[in-house]
Design a protein around this ligand. Structure first.
Ligand SMILES: [Zn+2]
Length: 267
């Protein structure tokens, strides 16, 4: 019967009254209570630690956001120093902290037209031999002039962070433009490989004295990049990144000048 077993130490008794008497002085009772208290204390500590952890995570996130904002401002400053608009040097504007501090990636993103992947697809149909012969550089330059024109900003020039809106009007951070590059090549690998093969063949058939040597190398390099993407490999490409990044800095500049900086100066 359970009434004959000490609830603290589980010792058995033949008589219930002995058990009751024992329970009042059972040394396990105090030990148990002490343990329970310690348990409670440590769960409180654990909870506090978890809260601290959460706070640290938040701080980390805030620091990261600050880092990103600083890098963004550096990109703006780096692309503006020395340039002039309406007789005022941008250096004067930079010295005016109010103006520069107010600009965030979000502000700029509001003026950014979204990238449309169908537009990239249809633009690539018109890619010509001059672009193909320049390899990846040619494709990047061509896209920056039309389907991607004014749609990408460089938010961190030193870390090669690009950003753009898609149809959901959500700003996407894209380090090195890697996502954009891989999606573009993957979505359009058939048309690209077709153009690449034709141009390569034409140059091989028509060249004399290695006159297309450099171009053939560009085209073969491009060919292997597109084929890798087609096999579901993820590629990175510095030529693509650098050209899009440069275009992204120009777009950032233009948006600030046309929409943000001038408005604030007139206030
Ligand atoms: Zn006991």
């Amino acid at each position: 019967m359970s009434s004959k077993i000490c609830e603290h130490c589980q010792k058995q008794f033949s008589l219930k009254q002995n058990c009751v008497r024992h329970e009042k002085t059972c040394r396990f009772k105090s030990v148990k209570q002490e343990l329970e208290k310690k348990c409670q204390d440590s769960s409180v500590l654990l909870k506090q630690l978890e809260e601290k952890d959460e706070q640290l995570l938040q701080k980390d996130k805030q620091l990261q956001e600050k880092d990103e904002q600083i890098a963004f401002l550096k990109t703006i400053i780096g692309s503006n120093v020395g340039k002039q608009k309406q007789g005022k040097t941008i250096n004067n504007n930079i010295n005016n902290n109010i103006i520069i501090n107010n600009i965030t990636t979000k502000d700029v993103a509001e003026f950014l037209e979204p990238i449309k992947f169908e537009e990239i697809k249809s633009a690539l149909q018109d890619l010509n031999y001059k672009h193909i012969r320049k390899g990846m550089k040619g494709i990047a330059e061509y896209l920056c002039e039309n389907a991607l024109n004014g749609k990408i900003i460089t938010t961190d020039s030193s870390r090669d962070i690009l950003a753009y809106n898609t149809n959901q009007k959500k700003l996407i951070r894209d380090p090195k433009g890697s996502f954009l590059l891989n999606k573009t090549l993957r979505d359009n690998s058939d048309i690209l490989l077709d153009k690449i093969t034709k141009e390569n063949q034409w140059m091989q058939d028509n060249q004399s004295d290695d006159e297309f040597e450099g171009e053939i190398r560009n085209v073969e390099m491009l060919n292997s990049i597109v084929k890798n993407v087609q096999k579901n490999k993820t590629v990175e490409n510095n030529e693509f990144c650098n050209i899009v990044k440069k275009s992204g800095i120009n777009t950032l500049n233009k948006i600030i000048h046309d929409n943000i900086e001038t408005n604030q100066l007139e206030e």
